[in-house]
Design a protein around this ligand. Structure first.
Ligand code: ADP
Ligand code: XUL
Length: 564
């Protein structure tokens, strides 16, 4: 009865999920046994590791566009997590494989001492302590020592004490430079899956190289959060998987290898500092002696880690083209599997590698729950009142439209926020409620057409997916069946299922992904919301009108003033 561990190193916490494959009665039609979740635990960074001084997992900074986190905090959390797993009293001798998921784009900069430190970790001492204190090498120049130290007087394996993460937006200049060097945004998107984005790792690496040439010189290896965590587990530099490597503006999407052109446009000497890229299901090693001895664990296989979005693809059961997930969280995100790497010519979407060996498309909308809540509050409603307003108004809203850009919008690109209303009285509560939801659903549908996927099933997740009236609008606008998905930990579940899949593949019992996700990464039973045919027809027309008016609305946004 093997156990599989999934770990998710996200912005604010580290989460673990253990799956047990032991119940014969849960054998699914493919002959595979359906795993069961037997343990879940989360370590929030701010409260459980307060000595790093993070707020919501990041270091306070005077410039809001700069968002950094301390990588040693992630390492210490890993140590703490194994303590918690062992304290559960579960029989861990059956732990067969471990895979992980991590926040995408964030980068960790290690110096040459890291290789030996990783392979020689002493089980008697905590992990972070050993990463922090390393004897100063005589060859280190003064500049290197300053850069290596980061913290005065403390030597470490890091050539940069902090990691820029996905919330950082301070690299517009580097984005422009890389784009120009490659020959335009479209060329970069065709090559790497995305135009240059501030949070992507390539522009972040370029900024570091420009601002701290000595630190760059002292950098022996640039890891993503995913490969850094995998390196700690395996006790050796880990490779990257195509899912996470595609979030860097550095990987050639078609060859799934580094693009010499993109590397050259980013920083000198970069090729020698990057880990290799391997298929997501690769077993990259086994649990290092540190973990085996310190926590009395077996030599479990360590599977390549991936990004949280590629892992969520598995954790929400999206293993064929046509199924998409829409996450209605603080922001709204749409993603789905693609067999071919079709790239968004409008420059807002991303194409990443998928753990299945396929591709995935992802589009992010900033004004999600944020905008729904603003409208709700402006009209003095609670969520029940919000739902009642949706029931009280007709699909199509009698032609009333809204462009709900309360904050600068990612999709479409709206830098100066403003809310635009068309044939809509701002004081009409019910109509404004319907207008904001219809606008969001039409924007989601219109701006995901680039994926070229005929959507038939939507897995709705995130806080607002509990609202059935919102899901009705989604079903009608997309003309697709919507199923509700419980997803507090979809990325972590996806990681654990990847461990299961990789272990079976290695032993020659490769399971189709359908069988891996069946019975566990599935929508809530009886949660299907079906589209209504006449509403679907009406929304097909409205979506065209919305798409036509959208560029005008963007043009009319100006001066940061709220307009009606
Ligand atoms: P995130 O993980 O991005 O922080 P969640 O997925 O947890 O966010 O979603 C939280 C959001 O869900 C809240 O901000 C709230 O606006 C929204 N929400 C909760 N209940 C409802 C409801 N009944 N109808 C609509 N939205 C809701
Ligand atoms: C995706 C992105 C976020 C992070 C969150 O491009 O930036 O979803 O992966 O952890």
């Amino acid at each position: 009865m093997p156990l599989y561990l999934g770990l998710d190193s996200s912005t604010q916490s580290l989460t673990a999920m253990l799956l047990a494959v032991d119940n014969v009665e849960r054998t699914n039609p493919d002959g595979a046994r359906t795993p069961a979740v037997i343990f879940e635990h989360s370590i929030p960074f701010d409260t459980e590791l307060p000595h790093y001084g993070t707020e919501h997992g990041v270091l306070p900074h005077e410039d809001p566009s700069v968002v950094l986190a301390p990588p040693l905090m992630w390492a210490e959390a890993l140590d703490r997590m194994f303590e918690a797993i062992v304290a559960s009293g579960l029989d861990l001798s059956r732990l067969a494989a471990i895979a992980g998921s991590a926040q995408q784009h964030g980068s960790v900069y290690l110096n040459a001492s890291a290789t030996n430190v990783l392979s020689g970790l002493a089980p008697s001492h905590p992990l972070a302590e050993q990463l922090r204190i390393v004897a100063t090498s005589e060859q280190d120049t003064a500049a290197e020592r300053v850069s290596l130290t980061g913290n005065e007087g403390v030597q470490s394996v890091l050539s940069r004490r902090v990691s820029p993460i996905w919330m950082d937006s301070s690299t517009s200049e580097e984005c422009r430079e890389i784009t120009a060097a490659i020959g335009g945004a479209d060329r970069l998107a065709q090559l790497t899956g995305s135009r240059a984005f501030e949070r992507f790792t390539g522009p972040q690496i370029r900024k570091f190289y420009k601002q701290d040439p000595a630190g760059w010189e002292a950098t022996d290896r640039v890891h993503l959060v995913s490969s850094f965590m995998a390196s700690l587990l395996a006790g050796a530099h880990a490779p990257l998987d195509p899912g996470d490597a595609s979030g860097m503006n550095l990987m050639d999407l078609r060859t799934r290898d580094w693009s010499a052109l993109a590397l050259q446009a980013t920083a000198p000497g970069l090729a020698a500092k990057l880990p290799p890229i391997v298929p997501s299901s690769t077993i990259i090693g086994e649990l290092a002696p540190y973990w085996q001895q310190r926590f009395r664990l077996p030599a479990a296989k360590v599977v390549a880690w991936s990004g949280d979005n590629p892992c969520s693809l598995i954790g929400t059961g999206l293993i064929r083209e046509g199924q998409i997930a829409v996450s209605l969280g603080t922001s709204d995100t749409l993603f789905g599997l693609m067999r071919e790497p079709r790239v968004d010519r409008t420059g807002t979407g991303h194409v990443f590698g998928a753990p299945t060996g396929d591709y995935m498309g992802l589009t992010c909308f900033l004004n999600g729950s944020l905008a729904r809540q603003r409208i709700r509050d402006e009209h003095g409603l609670d969520w029940d009142g919000f739902s009642a307003a949706l029931r009280a108004t007709p699909p199509g809203n009698d032609g009333a439209l809204m462009f709900p850009w309360f904050e600068p919008e990612i999709t479409p690109d709206v830098r100066t926020p403003a809310v635009r209303r068309v044939d809509l009285d701002p004081d009409d509560g019910p109509r404004n409620v319907r207008a904001v939801v219809e606008a969001q659903m039409m924007a989601l549908a219109n701006h995901s057409r680039w994926m070229g996927v005929e959507v038939d099933v939507i897995h709705a997740t995130g806080g607002a997916a509990t609202n059935t009236e919102i899901l009705h609008v989604m079903a009608d606008v997309f003309g697709a069946e919507v199923r509700r998905f419980e997803v507090s930990n979809s990325a972590c579940l996806g990681a654990a299922l990847r461990a299961y899949h990789a272990d079976l593949s290695l032993s020659g019992r490769e399971l189709p992904w359908e069988a891996v996700v069946r019975g566990i990464a599935e929508p809530i039973a009886d949660s299907a919301v079906m589209p209504n045919a006449s509403n679907v027809e009406a929304y097909t027309r409205l979506r065209r009108r919305y798409a036509k008016l959208e560029p005008l609305a963007i043009t009319e946004c100006g001066g940061g003033e709220r307009r009606r």
